[in-house]
Structure formats: structure tokens, C-alpha cells
Ligand binder design. Structure first.
Ligand SMILES: [Zn+2]
Length: 215
């Protein structure tokens, strides 16, 4: 505790932490305004709220995607009758698309969101691969990405590669959904390490994954 004589009367220690008030000509009372831990918590509360409880590597995808009714390519209401997509043959039943027909077959048709995006040439995500290592192993990388797509697509008909472009020093793969890019990115990282970055737009409509390795 500092002595009153060692400090000017207007001095404050850490702002907001300790306050000194004059009680007489040369007598001061040091009063702690709040415990240090509380003050530190207040100064970082905004960050704490945003990151609380969220693992560094999102194992279960984009949390914003819980609100998929905002996806402009998805129906906001569940249709009562089964539908069949005339483009890919996927079947819609009780709010979900799946492979495999129904008995009796669905008579009504509806273009699924994946075919709709392909028709519109409007992807929901992309993976951008770059770097000298990546370019030297482009065929292996594309094989891996195709395998990830095939595995995902068996369970999720709407998860598909839309387009693959190789230009200059990059490979760009677009997808019909926002989940596939992240799965592809993790597969690349698991196979060859490198630098993986994942970004979702504010509404969770679009996923952008970049993976780079130079050596
Ligand atoms: Zn379809």
C-alpha cells in the first residue's frame, strides 16, 4: 500500500481498480472498487461471450447452420407429400433429401436444392488449394477431394462438387453445400498437413476454405 506522502493527491493507480479519496488534509483511504478478476472479466467479456464453449476446431460444422430455413435454396416449410427430384433422382420425405425410392414411388416432383444451385451456377462453398507442394500433387489432391465427396454424398444427397477449375497456381473446387468444403479441408490437413483456413459468411450461406502447402 503506497503512503499518502509518496503520491500526489490526484493520483489514481490502475484506472477503475483502486480509488484514493481524501478524507482530511493529509489522510487518504484506498478503496478497491472491484476485485481484479472481475475487472479483467469485464474487459474481455465481449470476447468471452463470442468464444465461450466453442471448440477451436468445429467438429460439428457451422453453428449458424442450425437456422437453415434462411438458406434461400431450402424450403422454409416442410412439404407433406414426398417429392422426387427430376434432375438427380433424390427423394424428399419429411423435410429431408435422401437417395433411394419410395413404395409407392413419389409422383410429385421438385428440383432439389443441389440441382437448383447447379442449374443456377450458384455454389454454396468453395475450396481453394494452392502452393508448390499442392501443384506438384494436384492429381492426388483431386482424387482425395472426389473421395470425400463420394463418402459424404452417400448419406447427404445435397453435398456435391459443382465445378473444378485448375488455373495458374490454384485448384478451385465449388460445392452445392456449405459442409463439404470443411470436410475436404480437414481431409487435406489430415493427409498432408499444410495451412488450412475456413471462413463462413455472416449468415452461414457460404463456406470458403483455403488450403496451402509450399515445399
Ligand atoms: Zn436433384
Amino acid at each position: 500500500m503506497p503512503t499518502s506522502s509518496s503520491l500526489p493527491s490526484t493520483h489514481r493507480s490502475t484506472p477503475g481498480l483502486v480509488e484514493r479519496t481524501a478524507t482530511g488534509s493529509d489522510n487518504y483511504v484506498w478503496r478497491r472498487l472491484a476485485p481484479l478478476a472481475d475487472i479483467l472479466r469485464m474487459s474481455t467479456s465481449k470476447r468471452s461471450v463470442k468464444t465461450r464453449g466453442r471448440p477451436r476446431r468445429q467438429k460439428f460444422g457451422n453453428p449458424r447452420l442450425e437456422e437453415q430455413i434462411h438458406d434461400p435454396y431450402r424450403s422454409s416449410t416442410k412439404l407433406r407429400t414426398p417429392r422426387r427430384c427430376p434432375g438427380c433422382g433424390a427423394t424428399y420425405l419429411r423435410g429431408h433429401w435422401r437417395w433411394g425410392g419410395l413404395t409407392p414411388p413419389a409422383t410429385a416432383t421438385m428440383v432439389c436444392p443441389a440441382c437448383h444451385r447447379v442449374n443456377d451456377r450458384y455454389p454454396a462453398g468453395e475450396v481453394i488449394v494452392s502452393g508448390s507442394f499442392a501443384m506438384a500433387h494436384a492429381d492426388e489432391i483431386l482424387n482425395l477431394l472426389r473421395n470425400v465427396e463420394a463418402t459424404e454424398n452417400r448419406e447427404h444427397p445435397l453435398h456435391r462438387i459443382m465445378d473444378v477449375r485448375r488455373s495458374g497456381g490454384t485448384i478451385e473446387v465449388t460445392t452445392t453445400d456449405v459442409h463439404l468444403p470443411r470436410r475436404m479441408g480437414h481431409a487435406l490437413e489430415d493427409a498432408w498437413h499444410g495451412v488450412l483456413k475456413t471462413h463462413y459468411d455472416e449468415q452461414g450461406y457460404y463456406a470458403r476454405v483455403t488450403w496451402e502447402r509450399n515445399d
